[in-house]
Ligand binder design. Structure first.
Ligand SMILES: NC(=O)c1ccc[n+]([C@@H]2O[C@H](COP(=O)([O-])OP(=O)(O)OC[C@H]3O[C@@H](n4cnc5c(N)ncnc54)[C@H](O)[C@@H]3O)[C@@H](O)[C@H]2O)c1
Length: 340
């Protein structure tokens, strides 16, 4: 297959591209290499991908409609995996407009280009567990309520899902939404706690823990996420003929639209995360506690029933195993990258 991945210089876009190239697919990668975190890390990821001849990279910005429209008309991919976004809950308190521009406007431009493509590609896109917001009924089900976002980031991710549904309905564009739950692993994101904690613990510096470290997250290992996405790519979302508009199931539709949770089904506390890093690093953390910032929710946990039904797989790598792999990667690779 020919697959176009947006955000291919990012953590998940890179990880997916590497996996697809390894299994012989052709990948066109798109990214604007923005400066939200280390550009050196993003460039290192793209360099690795560029070693494979069936990879091509287009540096472009989805905030502008023309470049992505031209690229799609030229490349005509069978599937698009849309991972480009302004990620991160806390930064959305400081720069809310950046989230609307990258996540909402950027997605509209991609959807417009995709719906004009012929034949229409299967469009898969990253959403987030954060769309569950104030919903505290764990584990989160894709059939459950998502009307109360707790951050601008979450609101823009929910907006992405709503826009996707409009395009599935209006233009029969098959769209599949992927609600990721706190993904971690090698080549990961420096702004996330597991990454900054590892860096600080290895350097003997203190780490900042919110609340008393009791926030719980469904930490999900990157290879499991990529496995689930790779299995979903060839399964274009189909309209559900039995969908009942009088009792609408929010995870499917009379349009070719599906939503899946991709999470580990095992919420663990930030304390347990710190313990895993301490064990893998062979060093104790120096803890500094600070209040939980607004926007962060208390706990996340995925109900992956629909994912298992669709692709016969759900993430399950234990946190200790995944963190050990991350810390090994950090010691071998990250320490040699500038700016990290
Ligand atoms: N990593 C997680 O734990 C997690 C959890 C839930 C959801 N997600 C979502 O998954 C997707 C991938 O996340 P990630 O962790 O790989 O993030 P990332 O920040 O590493 O990757 C996103 C990439 O998109 C690029 N980008 C941003 N705006 C762009 C634009 N306007 N045009 C072109 N490229 C642009 C960035 O340069 C970056 O390389 C995002 O949509 C994110 O919101 C991630």
């Amino acid at each position: 297959m020919k697959i176009l991945i947006t955000g291919c210089a990012g953590f998940l876009g890179f990880s997916l591209a590497r996996r697809l190239l390894g299994s012989g697919e052709e990948v066109v990668g798109v990214d604007n290499l923005n400066t939200y975190y280390s550009v050196a890390l993003k460039e290192a990821r793209v360099r690795l991908l560029a070693e494979v001849p069936s990879f091509r990279f287009a540096r472009l910005d989805l905030r502008h409609p023309k470049p992505i429209e031209d690229l799609l008309a030229r490349e005509r991919p069978e599937a698009i995996v849309h991972f480009a976004a302004q990620a991160g809950v806390r930064y959305s308190l400081r720069e809310p407009a950046a989230y609307v521009e990258d996540n909402v406007l950027g997605t509209v431009h991609l959807l417009e280009a995709a719906r004009r493509a012929s034949p229409p590609p299967h469009l898969l896109y990253a959403s987030s567990s954060s769309v569950y917001g104030l919903n505290a009924s764990l584990p989160f089900s894709v059939r459950g309520p998502v009307a109360h976002p707790a951050s601008v980031y979450a609101a823009t991710k929910r907006a992405t899902e709503l826009l996707a549904h409009s395009y599935s309905h209006l233009y029969r564009l098959p769209t599949t939404g992927l609600r990721f739950f706190t993904v971690y692993g090698p080549w990961g994101r420096p702004d996330m706690a597991y990454f900054s904690f590892t860096r600080a613990i290895l350097r003997g510096e203190p780490i900042e823990v919110y609340g008393k470290g009791e926030l719980r997250r469904d930490f999900t290992y990157v290879d499991d996420v990529i496995e689930a996405v790779a299995r979903l790519i060839p399964r274009a979302a189909a309209a559900d003929p039995g969908w009942d508009p009088a009792h609408p199931d929010p995870s499917r539709s009379s349009a070719p639209y599906r939503i899946f949770n991709i999470g580990n089904r095992t919420p663990l506390s930030v304390h347990e995360l710190v313990e895993s890093i301490e064990r893998a690093a062979g060093r104790r953390a120096i803890l500094r506690f600070s209040p939980t910032p607004p926007g962060d929710v208390n706990a996340t946990a995925a109900d992956t029933t629909e994912l298992e039904e669709e692709v016969g797989f759900a993430p399950s790598t234990p946190l200790a195993v995944g963190i050990e792999r991350f810390v090994s990667w950090y010691r071998e690779v990250a320490v040699n990258l500038p700016e990290l």
